[in-house]
Design a protein around this ligand. Structure first.
Ligand code: PSU
Ligand code: MN
Length: 301
């Protein structure tokens, strides 16, 4: 195993000393945002974690080596390469490692690698889920399966309504994945702080969240937890604007016959275009907000 993984000295030391380490994904850098905002956001996310007393570990695969804790140069490299880097979900890891190529890890791959390194908390923007029209396309993100089996808590701003939010929640329920609403009773919809979909569980402090995680894993209930942290009100995108942008982006996606792993990056980019950058600004701010909460939870775990 050792020959495949390279954990940075800072992260290694932090893990050995039981310091709060927070995993970060790299698909959000390569496929989730344009350059240079992607690199700026990734670096600032790391400094927010550091300022709040945590240790960031951005995860990617570089030249076939699984990296936990990227350097600034490596983050810049992934950001500049953008969509030329393979979007790496769980199923892609063996190919990328055996070929010695680069891979930007999605939520599923990042969770898997974080758990190998014994990192329990992971901050990102949004998780994948059940896509609209999944009853025809079968397009259900492997993120949900990873959440079902890997012991990592994912702090996110809920899920975008490019997904079928209701089916996503049903799927997570089937798989036994707790979805915690942080200070909210409803699933946050990424660009907006709420949605009509009621959650079964609401917690109002990082202490309560850390406690739930400890209990879950102590009991031997394997699998992840979604910590749904609403975007702060001041950074929300106006609901009418974002819904229209999402609908239009989906129409264009269908017209262009974009399917499979290309759908999420295409829709994100299109929505940035249609909203003239408003969605990007919201996306950046919600990531920072998630980094703060993730650090608080990791400190208590
Ligand atoms: N949602 C975002 N930004 C992202 C993603 C989702 O707001 O960058 C990325 C994450 O890496 C997530 C992946 O794991 O998309 C899901 O892709 P798919 O739907 O193909 O499973
Ligand atoms: Mn998919």
């Amino acid at each position: 195993m050792k020959e495949y993984i390279d954990i940075s000295p800072e992260v290694k030391k932090a893990i050995a000393n039981n310091k709060p380490v927070i995993a970060l994904e790299s698909t959000i850098i390569s496929h989730g945002m344009p350059y240079p905002e992607n690199v700026e956001t990734a670096l600032k996310a790391e400094s927010i974690i550091t300022e709040n007393g945590g240790v960031p570990a951005t995860i990617a695969i570089i030249k076939g080596k699984i990296k936990v804790g990227l350097s600034k140069e490596e983050i810049d490299y992934i950001g500049k390469q953008g969509v030329n880097v393979v979007k790496a979900s769980r199923r892609d890891i063996p190919y990328i490692v055996s070929k010695g190529v680069d891979g930007a890890t999605t939520v599923s791959a990042t969770m898997f690698i974080a758990s190998l390194a014994n990192i329990k908390v992971f901050a990102t923007g949004g998780i994948g889920g059940v896509h609209r029209g999944a009853s025809d396309t079968f397009d259900i993100s492997t993120d949900l399966e990873e959440l079902a089996q890997t012991n990592v808590a994912v702090v996110c701003a809920g899920a975008k309504s490019i997904l079928d939010l209701e089916k996503t929640l049903e799927y997570l329920e089937t798989k036994g994945v707790p979805v915690i609403g942080y200070k909210t009773d409803f699933l946050p919809a990424f660009y907006t702080s709420t949605s009509p979909y009621k959650l079964s569980l609401r917690l109002d402090s990082p202490e309560e969240i850390a406690n739930l995680l400890k209990c879950k894993w102590d009991i031997g209930l394997n699998g992840g937890v979604v910590i749904a942290n609403p975007i702060p009100k001041e950074f929300e995108v106006e609901e009418k604007l974002i819904n229209k942008a999402i609908d239009d982006a989906i129409i264009e996606m269908e017209r262009k016959n974009i399917i499979g792993k290309d759908t999420t990056p295409f829709l994100l980019g299109k929505i940035v275009e249609i909203t003239e950058g408003k969605s990007l600004k919201a996306n950046i701010e919600l990531v920072y907000n998630n980094c703060k909460l993730a650090t608080e939870v990791a400190k208590l775990l």
